[in-house]
Design a protein around this ligand. Sequence first.
Ligand code: 6LW
Length: 499
Amino acid sequence: MQYSNPVIPGFYPDPSICRVGDDYYLVTSSFEYFPGVPLFHSKDLVNWRQIGHCLMTERQLPLANAGSSGGIYAPTIRHHDGWFYVVTTNVSGIGNFYVRSEQPEGPWSDPVPVMQEGIDPSLFFDEDGRVYFQYACYGSIYQCEIDISTGSMLTESTLIWEGTGGAYPEAPHLYKVNGLYYLMISEGGTEYGHMATIARSDSPYGPYSPCPHNPILSHRSLNSSIHATGHADLVQAHDGSWWAVFLGIRPVSYPFRHHLGRETFLAPVSWTADGWPIIGEGGRIEPLMEAPKLPEVRWPLKATRDDFDEPTMGFDWIFMRNPAPESWSLHESPGNLVLRGNKTSLDDAGAPAFVGRRLCHLSCSIAALLNYEPERDGEEAGLTVYMNARYHYDLAVKLKEGRKVIVFRRTVGSLRTESVLDCPAGSVILKLEARPEWFAFSVQPDQSDELELGSGESHLLSTEVAGGFTGVIVAMYALCETGHGSPARFDWFDYNPVF
Ligand code: 6LW
């Protein structure tokens, strides 16, 4: 049986995985979005369901100072002695820290800081009870021992490997196999030169001897629909087979540009006769690959419509930074998500009234029913296809010089275009058709014909143009320059992948 890559599509980069019995858990980076560090569960490594987030409170994840692509960088998840540990970095806050929980669904603890600079922290629990903390800093990989009950450092940090000469050695993970310590990292930068490399030693502190088959994973200079593979983590399945999760991208158009962000991929790991792990076929992976020989467990398909009838938001929904409590409500108008604009706009590095989900498919149909009668001039509410504060396409209902209008706006760096149509009173359905190379916007006012507003190229919202580490988010939003805007009632939100 085959499976298709990515196994977790959409902006879910820097994956880390651990196994407890026949259960697999996986976390990814989340940057300026809240809640942080999405947590996934699988029984077969192919079918994943999100079961929550590890950072659910502002105390765990203060993001007020996080710019675009700030906040939470790469996490690592490990399980030891009955506890789950997730270690990560808030680059816009306390730096390196971990949270822990006895159940993967939480509650997760308050942050335990590790007073060590750098990014991409990882944990290794050795058989003698020692706990090692690895991280990337100053272009090398460092390690110290820590007291896992307090996060305090028990030894000085020492440089343990500088990689094979690629730029930016990062994403370290340490494994012990047949009595040897294997240190896997990524090099070459997270773009088209990305690769995973590995070295081994008979001591956790090295010296580490590099694998003669490095890189053990890379799509650099390959003719493939998948690029930038790297930032990998290894797991031994409960049937004894080895697998790797790692990030990759799926560029569209030429020159290569990708807008979904870095996604999570899976590939088998084989061991060479001289005891080295190789990911995929000689480091190359495919969109379709042989599935693990584990009992397949599929999860219930997600509903394509969210009616906002539940008391809490589903796990797919994320906010931009820590949301202002008064900017959103599921209780003000039962059966609706109500947004009230504040003074923060989509162009600001703040916390606008914004509830979004990752765009996980190159082709999909998205729509939302909006009841909104703006009373303050300049206030608006609608949908945005958002890469970051300087690159987004918006479709909104707005009060403009006393008239209720529909606005279609494209913000591409310093360039901005805007088209306006009169909007009849009453509700409107805001529509977005996403295809690999473009986004098309239209509205369906109540009792009226659909009106096409325009389209925008996807490559203008791509990482190669917009920069950063995230991927496109489709969000409902509201803004009001005077603060506390009129209620924007979103009755439902549809997300229908087009295959
Ligand atoms: C991540 C690091 C990286 O921490 O980017 O480019 C950072 N490589 O591994 C954010 O994904």
